[in-house]
Design a protein around this ligand. Structure first.
Ligand code: NDP
Length: 316
């Protein structure tokens, strides 16, 4: 057990957390980043990243995140691989205890705990993750140029992913467990008109199939829930779009959340409902969910934490 104290305590180690760490460290605020369970965040489970500026060649998600970590450390951020499990929101500084029984005190908190994509729970989904199975068409769609792909889900994300993928793929099949999409009418209309998209209604994915050498998806087995009929779709990519879950469990009841559980921040700002607590990245942004957007808001959070600390100092 150890005790740590810092002006800026950052919870989470995705692009938002590391960028907040880089900015806070360069501002001389000696930040501490508590990494959380998935060190490096969601990018560590994608394969290649081609849309993060500054990398002329595709970079492995895991490599991008380990470089971001090194950069944060090089400029003076301290990173502790541990998970915050409880926060005393009334205490000043904020007091946090961790899974490994460490205690952290932060004059400000930057919440950058991200969101997690929902998965179907199939065994092969894990096996082929990053090798045909993806939860982000914007990130991985380009790798499926002129190939057949499937999108699972019936909401706005599934509809947008299918439309996006139709720009690259030769054909997109949406697999949806009901007989209608819950996506907005405008998106439904676009899908109807798009000749490269078809929907398998009332269908669920029973299995993902593929090869071992090279590791890759070759198809999915789907079942019609009304007729019990099985069918194989020959696809190279499967995009799971069945929703996301923000990682906000420990903030419930203390920091304002919206109806989907995302942290509410002030317009054009990372300020939460609690003075001194800021939120950055996917945990406060259900819309864009992009690493570069998360990094940008991490920078905003560090700058706003710095201003907050300065104002506090002037008040005292
Ligand atoms: P949603 O929760 O809206 O939709 C999830 C979809 O996945 C539903 O169709 C659901 O089916 C299906 N689903 C859930 N679990 C399973 C499962 N285990 N197996 C098969 N299918 C499953 O999530 P989205 O990510 O689409 O959207 C999240 C929020 O973000 C929404 O409020 C959405 O409107 C918003 N958003 C807005 C956009 C925009 O405005 N352009 C773009 C993207 C998202 P069922 O319908 O049967 O429940």
């Amino acid at each position: 057990m150890a005790e740590y104290k810092t002006p800026v305590l950052i919870i989470g180690s995705g692009p938002a957390g590391y960028t907040a760490g880089i900015y806070a460290a360069r501002a001389g605020l000696r930040p501490i980043i508590v990494s959380g369970e998935q060190v490096g965040g969601q990018l560590t489970i994608t394969n290649l990243v081609e849309n993060f500026p500054g990398f002329p060649e595709p970079v492995l998600g895991a490599k991008l995140m380990s470089d971001m970590r090194k950069q944060a450390e090089n400029v003076g951020a301290r990173i502790i691989d541990d998970k915050i499990v409880e926060i005393d929101f009334k205490a000043r500084p904020f007091e946090c205890s961790s899974e490994r029984h460490n205690l952290f005190a932060g004059d400000t908190l930057i919440i950058a705990t991200g969101a997690a994509a929902r998965w179907l729970g199939l065994e092969n989904e894990t096996k082929y993750r990053g090798f045909g199975v993806s939860v982000c068409a914007t990130c991985d769609g380009f790798f499926f140029k002129d190939k057949n792909v499937a999108v699972i889900g019936g909401g706005n994300t599934a509809a947008e992913e299918a439309l996006f993928l139709s720009n690259y793929a030769s054909f997109v099949t949406i697999v949806h467990r009901r007989d209608s999409l819950r996506a907005d009418k405008a998106l439904r209309d676009k899908i109807k008109k798009n000749r490269k998209i078809a929907v398998e209604w009332d269908s669920v994915v029973e299995d993902i199939i593929g090869t071992d050498k090279p590791l890759g998806v070759t198809g999915i087995k789907i079942k019609n829930v009304k007729t019990d009929k099985m069918k194989t779709l020959h696809v190279s990519g499967v995009f799971i779009a069945i929703g996301h879950q923000p990682n906000t469990e420990i903030f419930k009841g203390h920091v304002d959340l919206d109806e989907q559980g995302y942290i509410v921040t002030r317009h054009d700002s990372t300020h939460t409902s609690v003075p001194g607590i800021f939120a950055a990245g996917d945990v406060q942004n259900a819309r864009f969910r992009q690493a570069v957007v998360a990094a940008g808001s991490g920078c905003m959070a560090a700058m706003e934490a710095e201003s907050y600390l300065l104002e506090k100092k002037l008040e005292d």
